[in-house]
Design a binder for this molecule. Sequence first.
Ligand SMILES: Nc1ncnc2c1ncn2[C@@H]1O[C@H](COP(=O)(O)OP(=O)(O)O)[C@@H](O)[C@H]1O
Ligand SMILES: [Mg+2]
Length: 345
Amino acid sequence: MIEREEMEIPERITEADAPAEERDFEVGLRPQSLQDFVGQDDIKENLSIFIEASKKRDEPIEHVLLYGNPGLGKTTLAHIIANEMGSQIRVTSGPALERVGDLAAILSNLGRGDILFIDEIHRMNKTIEEVLYPAMEDYALDIIVGKGPTARTLRLSLERFTIIGATTRLSLLSAPLRDRFGVTHHLNFYEEEHIGSIVARSASLLNTSIDTEAVDMLAGRSRRTPRIANRLLRRVRDFADVRADGHITRPVCQEALQKLTVDHMGLDNTDRRILSTVIEKFGGGPVGLSTIAAATQEEIQTIEEVHEPFLIQIGFLTRTPRGRMVTEHGYKHLDLPIPPNINNQ
Ligand SMILES: Nc1ncnc2c1ncn2[C@@H]1O[C@H](COP(=O)(O)OP(=O)(O)O)[C@@H](O)[C@H]1O
Ligand SMILES: [Mg+2]
């Protein structure tokens, strides 16, 4: 018989999207006001002035574009903006808007000051985008009525609404679309102390007791990303409930993280496999992204949006015009001998 423990496959803590059951858990932990939103102080300050000013003028806010890696708080911020404005928010996403009619229906149902949140806005198709331009700029919808020579364009006016767009890939957004946003905010990886505050806040919302040293340990391994911090906390809490008395101490935390194969830098198996593949199969690089993807059997998009940004951020990987290269720190982390010519490859 196989022991249960051996059968456990460590789940991927780096998964970009939250699966459905995790989404409910996330919603429960989501801060509702700017004040409860931890970190990103510059963005918070700008947004609060921006919101205050629109309220004073009694005008809807301008369109807002939020971009940044998965799990940094784009969706959360969109809801906070709506809350702070006292606005209704409707949620959709680039890939969900398949037909022009879908968008037209949504837009014509928006009231003054309502917010339409479009997640993954870079994945919206071109035809839809073109309907969105006049809608964002002139609050108008151009609809073609009839077919052939008798077809004509009808202009429908819309209420003054606000679009909040979120994207992980600003470069995939067309310039005309980008230009139609009044403000753009880039969410960066968080300071470790802010991740610590998020862990402590979430633990308290979950009625879980956790030692300060355990908070610090989780903060250090959460890839400076709130979603991952919450995800790890949840797994560690499960572990503490089953193996300990529910109280999260540092040793409990350490053991749980080991089972999840999260190392002291927060790297998971996939991160380590990416680094070791570049080293072992491609002499440390430079090597192209698609080659890495093929060799590791990971999706290009996952590497590009989830793994690579963090590996670059902590200085284990660099991006050069000829491809990706593992740095000295990357070799050291894997305990592999550093090639003598590492700097002049
Ligand atoms: N600044 C923050 N303070 C507290 N919790 C946060 C913060 N940013 C994100 N979170 C939490 O992290 C999770 C993921 O955030 P989310 O807004 O869904 O990220 P994104 O939309 O950028 O992928 C949510 O549970 C949210 O509550
Ligand atoms: Mg989101």
